[in-house]
Design a protein around this ligand. Structure first.
Ligand code: C2E
Ligand code: CA
Ligand code: CA
Ligand code: CA
Length: 278
């Protein structure tokens, strides 16, 4: 029995050590993935609610892992943020999304009055080269800055350091559009919204969910929309899953929306097909 016990200890490493080793391996793999183009972008349409026209796309990253298949961002973005790899990952996303936009713009009659949305994490915003990297990526793809929307999480706005403010105003100067993502997820205080240098506010899915079934929720979202508009900003709703939700948001004056009701995020080939339909 004693020998067995000793054996057990040797064979099974403690869970924490095991987790650390896996994490270390994953960091190495992710670094390699960025270098060797294992990352892919899916695109979800952003729709003009009044007309149904596709006015843009949000680029959402996936990792085409050689053994584990297609990994969703929640499996690797947090790790990339912790380790600083997010800066290289974000640079790849930005360049790839703009390259794709260039291709679509070059296809006659495909996209018109169309913008590309890219997610930037708080760590990236704090990187001193961000403004320069965005400028270079726009130049490389020869895309006008006004066609790029940078999505930032609400926490950036709330905990806003001087460096954040510096980055935001630098990006604004480039002519890029700024958007607060996931608005209403708990960091919010309404007073900061007024002084925030952003153009667009994206209302979080959790606020949209109750729409179409709950009158109280409709009144609440109506008030949120009024607040956004009073600040001179445009509103986008995310997580629209039903026709009722889309209709109600449109009726309440929300200009744009995205969600499974219109389309899930899809690979670029499928996105082009979606455009053909509208
Ligand atoms: P997010 O920016 O809030 O993106 C929206 C997420 O909601 C996406 O998940 C999208 O697939 C999902 N979604 C869209 N419509 C619906 C809907 O109608 N119903 C439901 N239930 N979900 C919907 P995804 O692609 O798994 O991305 C998760 C998060 O990962 C994103 O949340 C974003 O924070 C992060 N992320 C994705 N790509 C990037 C990237 O390139 N850079 C950075 N920094 N973060 C990224
Ligand atoms: Ca987003
Ligand atoms: Ca969001
Ligand atoms: Ca969200």
């Amino acid at each position: 029995a004693k020998a067995e016990q000793r054996n057990t200890v040797r064979v099974f490493e403690p869970a924490l050590l095991h987790a650390r080793r896996l994490q270390g391996q994953m960091i190495t793999e992710l670094r390699e993935a960025i270098r060797t183009d294992q990352l892919v972008l899916y695109y979800q349409p952003v729709v003009e609610l009044g007309s149904g026209r596709v006015e843009g796309a949000e680029a959402l990253v996936r990792w085409n892992h050689p053994e584990r298949g297609l990994l969703m961002p929640d499996k690797f973005i947090p790790l990339a943020e912790e380790t600083g790899l997010i800066v290289d990952l974000g640079d790849w996303v930005l360049r790839e999304a703009l390259r794709q936009l260039r291709t679509w713009l070059d296809t006659p009659g495909l996209v018109d009055d169309f913008s590309m949305r890219v997610n930037i994490s708080p760590t990236e915003l704090r990187s001193l080269e961000l403004i320069e990297r965005v400028r270079e990526a726009l130049n490389a793809a020869s895309v006008d800055a006004s066609k790029l929307v940078i999505e930032l999480t609400e926490s950036v706005a709330v905990n806003g350091s001087d460096l954040d403010r510096y980055s935001l105003s630098g990006l604004r100067h480039l002519g890029v559009q700024l958007e607060i993502d996931d608005f209403g997820t708990g960091y919010s205080s309404i007073s900061y919204l007024r002084n925030l240098p952003v153009h667009v506010v994206k209302i979080d899915r959790s606020l949209i969910q109750g729409l179409g079934t709950d009158d109280g929720q409709r009144d609440f979202v109506a008030a949120v929309l009024q607040l956004i508009h009073a600040c001179g900003m445009a509103a986008v709703a995310e997580g629209i899953e039903t026709a009722e939700q889309a209709a109600e948001l449109s009726w309440l004056g929300c200009a744009s929306g995205q969600g499974y009701y219109f389309s899930r995020p899809v690979p670029p080939e499928d996105f082009v097909r979606l455009l053909g339909r509208s």
